[in-house]
Design a protein around this ligand. Sequence first.
Ligand code: C2E
Ligand code: MG
Ligand code: MG
Ligand code: MG
Length: 283
Amino acid sequence: EAKRSAVNNCQVFEPQMAEEVNRLLQLESDIRSSFQDHQFIFYLQPLIDLHTRSLVGAEALIRWEHPLRGQVQPAEFISFLENSDMINPVGLQLLDDVCQFIRYHKEAGRFPVELRVAVNISERQLYDADFVGKCLSVLRKYKLPGSCLEFEITEGAALHNLDEVVDKMRKLQNEGITFALDDFGTGYSSLSYLKRLPVNKIKIDKSFIDDITIDPQDAAMVASIIAIAQNMNLIIVAEGVETDAQAQWLSQYDGILIQGYLFDRPLSPDIFAQNYLPELPGF
Ligand code: C2E
Ligand code: MG
Ligand code: MG
Ligand code: MG
C-alpha cells in the first residue's frame, strides 16, 4: 500500500514540477519589470505600548501592487526576491520610499522625533559590501538621522560571516539606527544569536504568542523569553497579538510592546498617517 501511493505520488509529481518551474519563470520576469514600474510599495503596521496604548513605532511591510493580480502579499514573492539578486535593489528602493515618507511628514510637523519606522532587512542585503554606505546615503538624501529607523533581521540572516554582520550593525548603530531580532525563537539557535548580535529589541514570534492563554508550555516559554530579554535590557515586542485575552496575559509584564491585528492591521502609508500622525502641538 505504501509503495502504491509512492508511485501515485510520482505520477502527479512531474506535471506539478513543470507547473512550478513555469510559475517561477513567470514570477521572475514579472518581478524584474514590476521593479522598474515601482510596483513594490510598503504598508505600515503600528507598534503599540501595551500599557499606555500609545504608538511607539511602525513596521514597513512590503506589498506588490500587481496590475492584474491586485495586491500580492510577501508570502508569495519574498523568498523568491531573497533567493535572487533582486532583493538588493528592491530593498533599497523600499528604504528610500520609507525615508521619503518620514521626510514628508517631518516637514508637515507630523512625525514625532521619538518615532521609528522598522524595515526588514534580509541576509543578502547584509552581505552587500556597501550596505552601510547605501543606507547612509539614503539618510543623507532625505536629511534624516538614523534614529528614525530600525532594522529587523532574522536569526538566519547572520548565519554566515557573523563578524562582518556585527561590524556593519555597529556602524549603523553609531548613526542611530537600532536593531530588532525578528521572529525570535523560530531559528535553530536563538540564544546564541542573542549572545552574539548587538540587538536592541526582540520580537517574539507569533507562533509562541498564539496559544499563550491556553497552552501552559507556550506561556512558560514566553515568560522565560521575557525574563531573558528583561535581564539583557532588551525591548520586547509580542508579534501577532490578535485577542484581548493575549493582551491581558501579556500585560502582567512591564514594558511590553505589541504588534497585531488586535490593535491594527498593516495600513497604506496614507491611512497610517491619517490615523496615527496628527499635527504635533506647537508646530
Ligand atoms: P515579519 O517581519 O515577521 O512581519 C510580521 C508579519 O505578521 C506581517 O506579515 C504582518 O502583516 C503579520 N501580522 C501582524 N500582526 C498579525 C496578526 O495579528 N495576525 C496575523 N495572522 N498576522 C499578523 P506580512 O506583511 O505578510 O509579511 C510577512 C513577512 O515577509 C515578514 O514577516 C517579513 O519576514 C517579510 N517581509 C515583509 N516586508 C519585507 C521587506 O520589506 N523586506 C524583507 N526582506 N522582508 C519583508
Ligand atoms: Mg519584521
Ligand atoms: Mg516577525
Ligand atoms: Mg518573518
